[in-house]
Design a binder for this molecule. Structure first.
Ligand SMILES: CC(C)(COP(=O)(O)OP(=O)(O)OC[C@H]1O[C@@H](n2cnc3c(N)ncnc32)[C@H](O)[C@@H]1OP(=O)(O)O)[C@@H](O)C(=O)NCCC(=O)NCCS
Length: 180
């Protein structure tokens, strides 16, 4: 039987543990956003695990720095633990703009995906944002089929006008929002 999964707040000292998460994913659908429309492209792509060496975009080091940056912006990080291993991480930045929170980071380890951990993390991040007083949450979603469908099922919808500051950083992603 799988070990129970516990979700708790992460401290800055925990963040190096982001390297415990296995990012790899076989992607069979990529979505392109045109306004509120999503166009599916079928194929076969591989997202690699984060590299343990170096500081490039796909390194563990870059992920740790990204989460540290969100905490510096006033964000909160939560982790999902199974058998003392970090198997999921989520970060929310309240008040990115007045009333608008950003779901800034969400990753579940490949071996435990589709078991409900992402839903639990996402629900907790929404609760944190709502308690901080925000009424909307935006996310810059990886355009893979599984990820975009995950957010659609959680009530997020493609934005006609993405926030320019987020669009500039990730023009290929799907920019979504939901009322809280
Ligand atoms: C997207 C992600 C965070 C979802 O987390 P998860 O723990 O796998 O999702 P859950 O188990 O809570 O599943 C939620 C729903 O999505 C489906 N789902 C999510 N990921 C899936 C996958 N890889 N394969 C099949 N189904 C998947 C589940 O069946 C479930 O469906 P339901 O809402 O109809 O019940 C996770 O798959 C992930 O880390 N993906 C790779 C990294 C990524 O793209 N992160 C998002 C960056 S914006």
């Amino acid at each position: 039987m799988a070990a129970p999964v516990e979700i708790r707040a992460l401290s800055r000292d925990d963040l190096a543990r982001v390297g415990e998460i296995r990012r790899a994913e076989r992607i069979e659908v990529l979505f392109e956003q045109r306004g509120t429309e999503l166009i599916a492209r079928h194929g076969s792509w591989d997202a690699p695990n984060w590299h343990v060496d170096g500081e490039g975009d796909h390194s563990v080091d870059a992920q740790q720095r990204a989460v540290e940056h969100y905490l510096d912006m006033g964000g909160t990080a939560i982790g999902a633990f199974s058998d003392a291993h970090l198997v999921g991480i989520g970060v929310v930045v309240p008040h990115l703009r007045p009333g608008i929170a950003q779901l800034a980071f969400l990753h579940v380890s490949s071996e435990v995906r589709a078991t409900g951990i992402g839903i639990r993390l996402c629900d907790d991040l929404e609760t944190i944002a709502r308690r901080a007083g925000d009424s909307e949450m935006v996310v810059t979603a990886t355009p893979s089929g599984n990820t975009v469908r995950f957010y659609l099922r959680r009530g997020f919808r493609p934005m006609e006008h993405p926030l320019p500051e987020l669009f500039a950083l990730e023009p290929e992603d799907v920019h979504m929002s939901k009322p809280l």
